[in-house]
Design a protein around this ligand. Sequence first.
Ligand SMILES: NC(=O)c1ccc[n+]([C@@H]2O[C@H](COP(=O)([O-])OP(=O)(O)OC[C@H]3O[C@@H](n4cnc5c(N)ncnc54)[C@H](O)[C@@H]3O)[C@@H](O)[C@H]2O)c1
Length: 251
Amino acid sequence: MQIDSSKIIITGAARGLGLAMARHLAATGAKLGLIDIEQAALHEALSTLPGSGHHAHVANVADEDQVDHAFDALADALSGIDAAVNNAGITRDGLLVKVKDGKVVDRLSMDQWQQVLDVNLTGVFLCGRAAASHMIKQGSGGVIINISSISKAGNFGQSNYSAAKAGVAAMAVTWARELARYGIRTASVSPGFTRTELVAGMPEKAIARITSQIPAGRLGEPDEIAATIRFILENDYISGRDFAVDGALRL
Ligand SMILES: NC(=O)c1ccc[n+]([C@@H]2O[C@H](COP(=O)([O-])OP(=O)(O)OC[C@H]3O[C@@H](n4cnc5c(N)ncnc54)[C@H](O)[C@@H]3O)[C@@H](O)[C@H]2O)c1
């Protein structure tokens, strides 16, 4: 796919990796459709993009009607959708069971479980389904990329997040098989620990401990994830694979 003048939707684009991807792709000539739940931050993000012809739509990716409406509105505004990056995600970490003096004192709550599954798994399903529907209607193929995580292998304190991230990588494989006949390629990207607000919100001690375990000796930079998205978009023989960008860290 040629990125110049292509129309690309990115969810969770108000900050962090989503905004880095939007800036990177806009600088390459793409027209962006940004989706986020945070209205003020989304419009601020839109105003910082290089180039012109970009649009934004406030939506909760976990809400079926809001997702379908956002994709319809952005496809109208951009005159089509060539690619979608399903990036919006949250964490609600906690141990499966917390034990003190041999007694279970806490459990990962249904609320923590459901919130993460709703946004990180159902949200990707809904956005992938909306993107594929528009691409098939247009008849000119497209690319769908799901943002997974190094945690898809299973990570301490992340039953909910790990399960969702394994799920979105698996959906990328499923969609590659189902959608190839319509000229639609799919992939997932699994970042390691990357310097965004999501990571900055972790205790400093935890960040230092993680960094000491990364063979590359540092956190990833958002633009390194954005460059991977661009590489996948531009290479027409990539489909159904996961791309780890993690400085050689293995959980
Ligand atoms: N930062 C990392 O180290 C890292 C590592 C691996 C994977 N990831 C994944 O990359 C993606 C982006 O992470 P980030 O670090 O930029 O996070 P972030 O918290 O900085 O940004 C996430 C964005 O998603 C938006 N969002 C949250 N819930 C939403 C919803 N229901 N509907 C619409 N938008 C919503 C937020 O408002 C925010 O703008 C996530 O899927 C995350 O799991 C991040």
